[in-house]
Design a protein around this ligand. Structure first.
Ligand SMILES: Cc1cc2nc3c(=O)[nH]c(=O)nc-3n(C[C@H](O)[C@H](O)[C@H](O)COP(=O)(O)O)c2cc1C
Length: 365
């Protein structure tokens, strides 16, 4: 039986809407490492595939009056802070192909991969907003044509200093073989010759996640992504997306289609009545992004198990990215009850068998 793949979003969805006002929200710690270390440790104790951090490169001042808005730590820095606090779980920051630069991106991700011994991934997004913060740069004419150039250059840079170049030959005094280092040709608007100053850990490409909704996004994911952070509110949306990704990946000659991992908003409590009360107390406010409509489960941990398995059996998902809602309790019930129940049902790992994110994502397929 195929195993599910599960990530935990560290976008603090469990403090969104009015939930940051709960006495136990720890909102004062929102920009500290400890806040995220607690979430990361409980995700790793449940043997999740990865921690995931969405990102926004823009902030509407009005949005922070009554809620968090898009205020957040830099995802790559946050993941780096979690490296030493975890040992097996994957670390997937979001970096924008529209606004970031491939050289900086490649260097940061290669460093994260090295520091974490193979646990880094990358959520590639083309980004909705943020242009005002990069107004000194041209916006690409077509964000997905540009995204292809961007990921090609990043991967080229990553392998411009391949793992095999390192010799560490003390006797001969050879640290690395310069002949194994290479340069990267220009692609589109990017001319970043390399080589990168951080050596790759292996010849494997970095695991890529992608989040988007358009046909161009699906084409991009089918060609490049290992997994898709999907916004499939209904089972039928997931079945359709999975079909398109499998067809696209097949047409691109890939052996494996990207995993469909929808965001699932989880408002969990020991009883349904408590979960509904929690959800009612924390309705999205007027400043919540209107376009965001994720699959939502309000109920007990068993309700979440049942619904996740129902969607998996319907061919709508390969796993989920958990977006705990309303309280820390939702997060802890997910990692301490929902995931262990999925494991007990034979649908999720009971222990890590590998040490790299690529290994976790390939497991049980
Ligand atoms: C589920 C989902 C998650 C997204 N997450 C992010 C994100 O974390 N950061 C970001 O800048 N944009 C994010 N986006 C926006 C996309 O990068 C993209 O700009 C937007 O979806 C428009 O592209 P599309 O027409 O292909 O959907 C997300 C979009 C979707 C559908």
């Amino acid at each position: 039986m195929t195993l599910l793949h599960i990530g935990l979003s560290l976008s603090p969805t469990w403090l969104r809407a009015g939930s940051w006002r709960r006495p136990d929200s720890r909102v004062e710690e929102l920009f500290t490492a400890d806040f995220f270390v607690e979430a990361a440790r409980s995700a790793e104790a449940a043997h999740l595939d990865f921690l995931f951090k969405p990102d926004a490169l823009t902030l509407d001042p009005a949005s922070v009056e009554h809620g968090l808005g898009f205020s957040a730590l830099d995802p790559t820095m946050l993941m780096a802070a979690l490296v030493a606090e975890t040992t097996r779980i994957g670390l997937v920051p979001t970096l924008s192909s529209t606004f970031a630069h491939p050289f900086t991106t490649a260097r940061q991700l290669q460093s994260l991969d090295r520091l974490s011994a193979g646990r880094a991934g990358w959520n590639v997004v083309t980004s909705l907003g943020g242009g005002e913060n990069f107004a000194d740069r041209d916006v690409p004419a077509d964000p997905y044509v540009n995204a292809v150039d961007f990921v090609t250059v990043v991967e080229g840079l990553r392998q411009s200093f391949p793992a095999r170049a390192l010799h560490h030959d003390r006797t001969a005094g050879v640290f690395a073989d310069p002949a194994a280092l290479s340069q990267v040709p220009p692609h589109g608007r990017y001319a970043s010759a390399g080589p990168l100053s951080v050596p790759a850990l292996s010849d494997e490409p970095l695991p890529l996640l992608h989040a988007g909704g358009s046909p161009a996004s699906v084409d991009f994911a089918a060609r490049f992504a290992d997994a898709v952070f999907a916004m499939t509110a209904e089972t039928s949306d997931g079945v359709a997306l999975r079909g398109r990704l499998h067809a696209g990946a097949g047409a691109a000659g890939r052996k494996r289609a990207p995993l469909v991992l929808p965001g699932v908003s989880l408002c969990l409590a020991p009883t349904r009545a408590q979960a509904e009360e929690l959800a009612n107390e924390n309705q999205p406010g007027p400043t919540s992004p209107a376009h965001v409509r994720h699959w939502t489960i309000v109920g007990t941990p068993q309700d979440a198990v049942d619904e996740i398995l129902r969607r998996a059996d319907a061919g709508a998902i390969d796993g989920v990215i958990a977006l705990p809602a309303a309280s820390w309790g939702s997060l802890h019930l997910f990692t301490s009850e929902v995931v262990p129940a999925l494991a007990a049902a034979g649908r999720f790992r009971t222990a890590y068998s590998g040490t790299t994110l690529r290994g976790h994502l390939a497991e049980g397929i």
